[in-house]
Design a protein. Sequence first.
Length: 378
Amino acid sequence: MRQYTSGRKTGPGKCGALAPRPARMVPSLSVRVRLRFALLLAAAGLPGCGGGGSPTSPGTPAPGYPVTAVVFYDENGNGVMDAGESVRLPEVDVDVAGHVGRSEKLTGRAVVNGVPAGSFPVSVRTSSLPPFYAAAGVPPISVPQAAGSEAARPLTLPIGDNVPNTYLAFGDSITVGEGSHSTDGYRNVVEQLLAQNLGGRHRVIGDGVSGTTSEKGADRIESSLRRNRPAYLLVLYGTNDWNKAACKTAEPPCFTIDNLRFMIQAAKAARTLPVVSTIIPPNPSQTPPERNEWVVAMNEKIKAMARQEGAAVADSYAAFSRAGNLPQLFEGPVHPDDAGYQLVAGAFFTAIARAPVAAASGGWPSLFLSPHATSDGR
């Protein structure tokens, strides 16, 4: 009777041939350990039956070195970190030879580990940059770096002859800060957030006119831009438009989108970087629900228009929605209290200082410091 056996001859020229099964023997514990170790070696890549050559051990990997870079705002675009240039960019991904480190708040310092010896450019990943920033070209650095040295990584903004680190807050009574008691509306909170996280000195110029609609804003935007020459325009307009007969719906003949578009285009013509806020919700305890419905519909149009025009969006409405308990954020029907103004400030800060993908996640990022609490504990 033919009987199949799984044993195989191991002599020369007999690879894979069948052989009679030997009597089974149970190896001792020490033998079993040695056999298991031999099987592990075989699984690691030793040549099998029919293979040739001797196994080779992998080479020792080349040593890697840390590279320290500082990401800074190069105000004059000369590629050098000048004495007066104190703004540093956080949360930027720095790439050296395919190894990546992320810059920290206030210092802009990023440590990139594991870089091989050689000469490499220090680049940044554009997806991690805040809106409008661009990476300037820099010469490569030598790795390893000299002890204590840092590679300066400049970023620039296309603002022409406008004043760096200035922001024109433009709007109605919400921009004025009505309803605020211990802060200057949202304006000084934006200054605090920028200084606490980017370093440097930042100035927010207030140009709000109470009771005005976006029509009035479109009328006065060009003269305000000429007068102030800001690096950024922070627009929050539209709250009062709902009171006009033409704007009982968000569709034409309502003029809000056309006027906001004009303000953004005027800013771009003046080489000022436009940031437009969504309209904040009204106080639901003091306004009819159809007013908020109008705000929601208009905000969708504002965001779509901003994408078309290349403006950054400060989603103040979303910040209020996430906070919840809306009546506690207002002084009256439409004006925020100090806590509400902090939400507006946070939305503008996020639009200015964070990459668009990160900004879309919403909320206060753990990297950044939140604004100081107001004196009444809110």
